[in-house]
Structures are given as C-alpha cells and as structure tokens.
Design a binder for this molecule. Structure first.
Ligand SMILES: [Ca+2]
Length: 221
C-alpha cells in the first residue's frame, strides 16, 4: 500500500532527445494525483451541466404546457361565447335544448346563412367537443338528422359533475341549479357562466388552472 502511495506521488517523467535539433528534452508529465484531481473537477462540471440542462428542460416544459393550456382555454371559451351569444329559439322550442353540468345543446346561427344550426358542447372524458349540425332544409320546421361537424376544443379538460363547466342563470342573482334543466327552466336562462378546469398533465406542474367567463343570450327575451 505504501509503495502504491509512493508511486502516485512520483511524477511521470519523460526524457528524450529531439531527433531534429539534437536537443535533450526533459518534459515533466502529470502526477496521478493531478490527473485524478482533474477528473474529479471534470465530473463535477459535467454533472453540474446535466443538472442545469434538466432544470432548464423542466422549466421549458412547464412553460410550454402552460401556454398550451391557456391557448386551448381561450379558444374554447371564445367558441362557446360566440355560439351561445347567438342562441335562438326555434318556433315554439326554447333556444336551449338540453342543459346539464357539462353538456349544453342549443340552436344558434353559427355561420353566414339564415338558418340556425344545432350546437352541442359535450365533455367526454377529458375531451371537450363542439358538434355543429346543419339543418336538413332551409325552411322551418328545421330538423337535424345529418352528421355533425365535430371540433375538439381541448383534450385536457378536467371538469366533472362536482366541478361543472356550465352554470345557468335567469338573472345575475337567480341561479337555475336543478340540472338538467326542465323545459320551463331552459326558457328562463339568460346568462350562462363557464368555468373550465384545465390541466394538460395531472402528474406534473403546472397544476390545475381555472378559466371563467360568462355570456348573455342576446336573442332570448
Ligand atoms: Ca346558419
């Protein structure tokens, strides 16, 4: 052991004659301890760099998830408000066809023509979907038997019946809370409040975020 320790402190000397110049060279190399020291420093630098990379990546991922969440929430709420604002009664039927915690079906003119479409906003698992049915003909009474055009508003909506997306109001102070609403209550709805709970990855930050808004039905008197 003693010999081994002695060896580690002996410099690794290299002596030779330069064949071009004939000059005797004596270059001193590194001791084993110096080499080990350099290796130790290098490993610290490398593991530090790795930690820095991991930290940067984690922060970037959080920022990216947060951006996606906001983007989906804003887009979903925009669609809901745009369509719901134009909700319209259909002859003797109320504008709202079905109203529960996480499903809202209504008539609304969503495009440039004169006929009302049927719009379904449905939460299915964590997928929040918007389905638009075009009317079969261009004159009332309208029927909707075709296939809908479906848009996935978001795939990471975390609402449930305890934390509903929709709540319904006859006035700012009158909450219509027995869901799904009866026909007579559906006729009373003037304001719909929206509360989207969004979380792209339940197991990783950022945590659940809530986005709220409300819309007044302008065509329902
Ligand atoms: Ca239309």
């Amino acid at each position: 052991m003693k010999e081994l320790l002695m060896f580690t402190v002996v410099k690794l000397n290299m002596s030779f004659i330069d064949t071009n110049t004939g000059i005797y060279l004596n270059e001193k190399g590194w001791t084993l301890i110096e080499l080990l020291f350099v290796l130790a420093i290098l490993s610290i630098v490398i593991s530090g760099s790795f930690e820095l990379f991991r930290w940067t990546y984690k922060n970037w991922q959080e920022f990216y998830n947060d951006s996606l969440t906001r983007q989906d929430a804003v887009r979903s709420i925009d669609w809901i408000k745009k369509n719901l604002r134009e909700a319209i009664p259909l002859s003797d039927q109320p504008a709202i066809i079905y109203a529960s915690e996480n499903t809202l079906i209504f008539y609304s003119n969503t495009d440039a023509d004169d006929e009302p479409e049927k719009v379904e906003l449905i939460l299915s698992g964590s997928n929040f979907l918007r389905k638009v049915y075009q009317p079969d003909g261009s004159t009332p009474p309208y029927t909707y038997t075709g296939s809908p055009a479906t848009t996935t508003l978001t795939t990471f909506c975390r609402n449930n019946n305890q934390n509903p997306i929709f709540s319904y109001f006859a006035s700012p102070s009158e909450n219509l809370s027995s869901l799904p609403l009866s026909e007579s209550e559906r006729r009373k709805v003037r304001i719909v409040k929206i509360n989207l709970r969004m979380d792209l990855d339940l197991n990783n930050p950022p945590s659940m975020q809530e986005f709220t808004s409300e819309v007044s039905l302008r065509n329902v008197k």
